[in-house]
Design a protein around this ligand. Structure first.
Ligand code: GRF
Length: 211
């Protein structure tokens, strides 16, 4: 059983997609053993509690420096001993020490087709604003392993979503979540939990046999 810890900052709809996928059997061989938020008001914490998942707050506001916060975050994660860490809308820069310690064990969901509209400054609605400004006709989401860069790690899954006439950043954000993020994030966790994902030379291979 893959032990999964989910890191969140906000509404937690991606967390909910993971919880639901576990309940209905879309994800097998995995269990969410904890949810950590940097924001004590995140609704994601409620979702965890409603599903009897231990929820923790580790907020930079409670620590004197970024270094001490980073240590506290890493300590909490080490204590939980996860096999996989899922960043599901976690708006905190991941400490380098954590990336090294959990190499190819941290995944992130990003609301664009990487390498478009990603990197520093591309988060939340900004991603969708930029896509509409550029006039692209297809957007989407990406699940990738986390490395030292911003959105630069090995890509696991991507799903495309068409831009519709009249889309606003908000309508596009919603459709990308519904049609892409909530599907590929659980799917990636299921693939990892069932030993189907390997990384070699910075590229992901997915074993599609018997699935
Ligand atoms: C999602 O769009 C995700 O791709 C981005 O942050 C948002 C999180 O939403 N990184 P939620 O908290 O899962 O509802």
């Amino acid at each position: 059983m893959l032990k999964v810890v989910v890191l969140v900052s906000g509404g937690g709809t991606n967390l909910q997609a993971l919880i639901d996928a576990g309940k209905c059997g879309t994800i097998t061989n995995a269990q969410i053993i904890g949810v950590i938020s940097n924001n004590k008001n995140a609704f994601a914490l409620e979702r965890a509690k409603q599903n009897n998942i231990p929820a923790y707050v580790v907020s930079p506001k409670d620590y004197d420096s970024r270094e001490i916060f980073n240590d506290a975050l890493l300590n909490k994660i080490d204590e939980l001993q996860p096999d996989l860490i899922v960043l599901a809308g976690f708006l905190v820069v991941i400490p380098e020490q954590m990336i090294q310690r959990y190499r190819n064990q941290i995944i992130n969901i990003h609301p664009s087709l990487i390498p478009s509209f990603c990197g520093t400054g591309f988060y939340g609605l900004k991603v969708h604003e930029a896509a509409l400004e550029r006039g692209v006709k297809v957007v989407g989401a990406t699940v990738h392993f986390v490395d030292e860069g911003t959105d630069t790690g090995p890509i696991i899954l991507q799903k495309a979503v068409e831009v519709q006439p009249g889309d606003t950043p908000k309508t596009l954000q919603k459709r990308v979540m519904e049609e892409a993020e909530w599907k590929i994030l659980p799917k990636a966790v299921d693939l990892i939990a069932n030993g189907k994902v390997s990384v070699k030379d910075g590229l992901v291979a997915i074993d599609t046999a018997q699935r």
